[in-house]
Design a protein around this ligand. Structure first.
Ligand SMILES: O=P(O)(O)OC[C@@]1(O)O[C@H](CO)[C@@H](O)[C@@H]1O
Length: 320
């Protein structure tokens, strides 16, 4: 459907490069303004993050990861394009949301990144983030990406987005640049200071944005080495690849109806470009890597647990 919309638009000059979802993506950003300001203030208060104690650094790393997870609830394709912005203070909500994290491999991420820094052959520690939604979710990803640099857990962040408007709110290069620019030009001092840092990261190449047609093709990710070897080779350069959102999870799992207890590594069907982690709220009827009996328990207490976005996972695959 999204491809058909795109086809109709590109064949209709002079609106051939019009993004029909632009307005709703921007609305999601503006409606989340208060939460964005709160988040940016928090990030600013952490600077210089390299001076934080090890414990505090870890605490903030885990906190900002959780914010990025719950940011994935703000998805316009789930709400049929209706408003799905973030209006409450997400930082204060985190404790209450913890019981809804079904798989939490964040300790492995911390261990991996701490190790990468110590053992990197060059001084480069690269983290790739395969983005999902624009609006509030993208801001949570940028906040986390900024923290990775300022806390010196990583030295480069590579973002991956869509080449065409996709699943209503998915990030395109225009959305990425628009968001950095709007955060930078905010009237709120700490928000614009964050935006200035972000613009600088882009300018000097600490943040790089990539797009590739593979992300909007129907292939499961295990087909990437054959269909898009250049993209696979790019991901292989990372110390860690984060996949945001539900659709990425479906494609990682080849959209197959796996048993709920199937190991994540097995369901990736050979897709192992680098250590990777899915950060996703559940919106589609598939999930692997659960404990025996966990799915049955969830089903009994909440028959719609797989599709409402109420539950989330951090699911990691790779050596640590
Ligand atoms: O990837 P996201 O933004 O987290 O979710 C995308 C989504 O809303 O659209 C797909 C289409 O049904 C579903 O897998 C999922 O619910």
């Amino acid at each position: 459907m999204y491809r058909r919309v795109h086809e109709a638009i590109i064949q209709s000059p002079p609106i051939h490069d019009f993004d029909v979802f632009k307005e709703s993506k921007e609305e999601n950003f503006f409606e989340s303004q208060e939460s964005i300001d709160t988040l940016c203030l928090h990030l600013q208060q952490l600077r210089p993050a390299r001076d934080l104690s090890e414990d505090r650094r870890k605490e903030e790393f885990l906190r900002l990861l959780q914010i990025s997870l719950w940011g994935n609830k703000c998805d316009l394709s789930l709400s049929g394009g209706e408003s799905s912005s973030q209006k409450t203070n997400v930082i204060n909500s985190l404790e209450g949301l913890k019981p809804f994290i079904l798989i939490d491999d964040t300790e492995s991420l911390w261990t991996l990144l701490s190790k990468c820094k110590k053992t990197a052959e060059t001084s480069v520690v690269r983290v790739d983030i395969v983005l999902d939604n624009s609006g509030f979710e993208l801001v949570t990803d940028l906040v986390f990406a900024d923290f990775l640099l300022s806390s010196e857990l990583a030295t480069e962040i590579h973002f991956h987005g869509k080449t065409i408007p996709w699943f209503v709110s998915d990030v395109t290069v225009h959305d990425f640049n628009w968001t950095v620019e709007h955060v930078r030009s905010s009237n709120e001092k700490s928000t614009s200071a964050c935006g200035a840092h972000w613009a600088d990261h882009v300018r000097v190449g600490r943040w790089t944005y990539h797009d590739h047609t593979f992300w909007t093709l129907p292939h499961p990710y295990c087909a990437m080495p054959q269909v898009a070897p250049d993209l696979y080779a790019e991901l292989q350069k990372a110390c860690l690849v984060l996949f945001k959102g539900d659709l990425n999870y479906r494609k990682l799992m080849s959209d197959r109806k796996w048993e709920f207890t199937t190991p994540f590594h097995q369901a990736l069907s050979g897709f192992h470009p680098a250590p990777l982690c899915s950060i996703r709220t559940l919106k589609a009827e598939l999930q692997v890597g659960l404990q025996p009996g966990q799915a049955e328990q969830l089903m009994a207490s909440d028959p719609h647990w797989l599709t409402t976005g109420k539950y989330g996972i951090f699911q990691f695959d790779g050596p640590v």
